[in-house]
Design a protein around this ligand. Sequence first.
Ligand SMILES: [Zn+2]
Length: 312
Amino acid sequence: MSDSYAIGVDIGGTKMAFALMNRAGQVLESTQKPTHASRGAQAMIGDLADGINHLISLAPAQPMGIGIGIPGQVNPDTGLIKNAYNLGWQEVPLTEWLSPLLTSKLPIQVMKDADASLCGEYYYGAARGTQNCLYICIGSGLGGAILANDRLVSGFNGTAAGIGHIMLYPKGEKCVCGLIGCAETVVSGPGLVRVFKKLLAATGNPAPSADISSHFILDALGKGDPLAKQAFSSLARGLGRVISICISIVNPQSVVLGGGMARAAFDQLLPEALQEIKSHALVHTYQDLKILPSTLTSSAIGPASLVWYSGI
Ligand SMILES: [Zn+2]
């Protein structure tokens, strides 16, 4: 039986996830490689090509193309990465450098990682059947993507839906981007840790012997720890504020929450986020809104589905 195949790669700060997927969204082969970003772009792209060539060799038929999701500012038309701070990349012509290293000349579509994730949700996940969706990824940062009338919105220079840097806290902390009080200073894994540590310091109690990570705090939340509850509540309310701003602008039918934090604590996040949305947005923007957890099982499914989306 004939089928179409696509290769997807999710490039993250610590690992690259590869998948060979068919049109039904089944992952036939998958693999991972450490990113080791400090080696520089050329070496990373060499590894990227090796991973892709391996999947090309395993595909039952020639794949239709390659989709790549990357944490940075991307020109989707040329595959030029303007900047990807996590990787230390600036002005890297990813498509141009990758193409000659591949064993088959396949079309390549590169997108910002959150756009790629939303594309995967649209084809195979929680956003199936919707034409207007907001995707929010809560992990080591706070990322977003917008689907409007069945199209991903990249914006003029690829920076649309940069929701992590909406200013929510005028007297807040300095963000990694250099601005003050960005949403991700609270609504992210590192944000949760920072808020928890601040609350802990204010109590004057000694710090726990274990490393304070977002996992540690989520664990403490499960045990009913009041400080963890308070820190988590700040995150949930901040998320609600971000959603209320975004839905007022793009009027989505659904909001899909992805990323490690949303995956680990969706049920705990939702009630307070909803409460905040109701106090900050007009009723017609949220009355029929669905807020759903991501349902994708591999971060490479989104990038692979870019191949179908782009029609390459
Ligand atoms: Zn920022």
